[in-house]
Design a protein around this ligand. Sequence first.
Ligand code: DP6
Length: 318
Amino acid sequence: MQNTTKAQAHPNIALVKYWGKQDKQGNLPATPNLSITLSNLTTTTEVQNKQNGTADEFHLNGEQVEDDKLHGWLQTLRKHFDVPAVVIKSANNFPTSAGLASSASGFAALITAINTHCDLGLNEEMRSNWARQGSASAARSIHGGFVALVPPQWEAMRLAPSAHWPLEVVVAVTSRAAKSVNSTQGMQRSKRTSPFYNAWLRGAADDYSAASEAISTRNFTQLAEVAELSCLKMHSLMLTSIPTLSYWTPASVACMDCIRTLRDQGHQVFFTVDAGPQIKAVCTAESRSAVSAALAQVPGVLEIIDCGLGEGARIIDQ
Ligand code: DP6
């Protein structure tokens, strides 16, 4: 076993969203979902053996923290593998727990580091399976490019590499605060209380088929239509949950209007938004600088981060 093992992974953003789980074990999404893995936003995670004591230690962005989800996940992992007490140091180069999928890149980097550190012998499918048990969206960050998380295996698979269609993503950060209701709690609430939940389940397979077809034929208009619809349907579930889940700021709404205006002007761009106030504008390379410039002018936008499509989780510095 080596001293320290380091892995990196990137967040992904779903174009066909996951919001709601099956009632079975294993953190299985209720619906097929599909994402793109980003470049530039990066989680770096280091794993080393704990020298004194048997309790795991977790540091996030330089501070020691307690994380029940992580402890539970490590306990489950230890039912299957011999994993000693570890010190985990994880850092994000972007706002944490604010709708930028830090748990996706976090669990993807973590299982990748532990796999090598402890010689678990997991292939990509198995790493994806373990990442999903931490956070279902993390299953997708094991791979780069265009990624699907679908039944019956619920191990993410790469639909196409980044080079197939090098889309760009402009992230407009409208708040750096951590979200008040996390995704796991939020989706449980929506399943229990939103009157639209069953309609959401019924529409997901069609959305997934339309998006995967749009990707294979590089049909931007079709992808834009289905991705915005899936995003807005998910936010309708959130808004109609009791109590309501309202993740947008006024600046988020203004960014969506700005993106619609850019599209009316002929730019190839659409928006997507996760459980947080940040707006991700997916666009072609030709439109990227116009999209960045326009979003930077929207009142309330704090920062613009330009990304391309990124690689899957991997070991670094070995
Ligand atoms: C809005 O994967 O964070 O980003 O599995 O409960 O950890 P858990 O949830 P998580 O949810 C992601 C929700 C989303 C949409 C998506 O990424 O598909």
